[in-house]
Design a protein around this ligand. Sequence first.
Ligand code: F6P
Length: 371
Amino acid sequence: MKRVLIVTGGGDCPGLNAVIRAVVKRASQEKDWEVLGSIQGFNGILWEPTELKVLDNEAVAGIHFQGGTIIETTNKGGPFAWPVKNNDGTWSSVDRSDEMIRKIKYMGIDAVINIGGDGSQQISQALYEKGLNVIGVPKTIDNDLTSTDSTFGFQTAVEIATDAVDKLVTTAASHNRVFVVEVMGRYAGWIALNAAVAGGAEVCLIPEFPYDIEIVKSALEKRFKRGRGFAVMVVSEGAKPKGGEMVYEKSDEVGYENLRLGGIGRKLIKELKSLGFEPDMRETVLGHLQRGGVPIAYDRVLSAQFGVKAFEMALKGDFGKMVAYRHPYFVSVPLKEATSHPNLVTLDNALVKTAKGLGISLGIEMPEKLK
Ligand code: F6P
C-alpha cells in the first residue's frame, strides 16, 4: 500500500475541498494508494496522538462546492516553529521538522501534497531540502504566488469583492456618498484591481503603488458637481501613502507571525476630510467574507486540475515541485522558483493599462505611455 498525505496550511481559501476531492478521485483510479489528511496543517502529524483522516471517495463526496477545508488549517506555528510555553508563561518556538519527517516516513507515507500559499510553500521547500517527498499546490485568494498564472480561490474573492462594489454603488448614488471598499490581498493589489475594473470603481489604491492623497482627492472631486455625485473606491488592505506605512496591528496570537493588515479605509477618509473634501464618506471592510462560502465554477475547475496534476506528480515521483497553471497547461515548477519572489502588480501589467483606459485613478501620477 502506498500513501499520500494531504496538508492544507495557511489561511483557508475557496476551492481547498475541491483540490482534496480531486486528489482522492485521481488516486482511487490507481491500485493500492491510500490518501490521508493531516488535521490543521502539519499539526495533525506533530500532535500526540496524531490526528489524521482517511480520505476516500466517501469522505470527499460532494465537497467540491463546500468552502473551507474538511481537514482544517492553521497559519500559526508549523514544524519549523512549534510554539512551546515556558515555565514563566512566555512562549518560544522549537524546530520539530526532523522529528516530523521521521514520523511521516515511519507511517509509510510516500508523498506529501502541501496545499498552501507562499509561507506554506516555503515550508514545503525546506522540508524537501531535508529529504521529504513534497509537492506543493498553490493556494491563495491574494494571487501573490509567482510561477503560476493564477491560484485557485482568487477569482471567488474577486467575485465577492465585485458583488460588494455593485451593491455599494447603488447606496452611494442614492446618498451622494463616497464608499471606500477595503479588500484583502496582503502586499498584492490583484483583488482590488480586478474588483475595481469589474465593478466600475472610480479609484483603486493598491500596495504596489503608494498613493498621493491629493491625486485621490482630485479624482473624487471630478465626480461631484455642486456637492452632488457619488464614487466608489476599492482599496487594498495593504495600500499605503507615498512615503508612509501600511495600517496594521501586531497579533498577540501565539505563533502568528503575520501583521494583521486593516484600517486603511478609515485612514483615507480622515485624510480626505483633513484636506477639506466635504461629501459624506463611509467605509466597508470585506475581510474574511472574501474567503468564505462556495468557490465559483472557475475556481472549482482550477482546483480539480491542480488536484489531479498533484497526484500524478506523486505517482511519477516529481517531488520538490509545485503545480503551476501555465495556460493551457498544468506543469510542475521547482518550489525554489515558485517561492523566489511574490507576484505583484507592476506598471506594465495589462490590467493597469486597462484601468487607466477606463479612467480609474490609481492614486498616482500615471506615466503618459504604458506598455
Ligand atoms: O493571505 C490570505 C489572507 O486572507 C490575506 O488577504 C489577509 O491579509 C490574511 O490572509 C488574513 O489572515 P488571517 O486569517 O490570519 O486574519
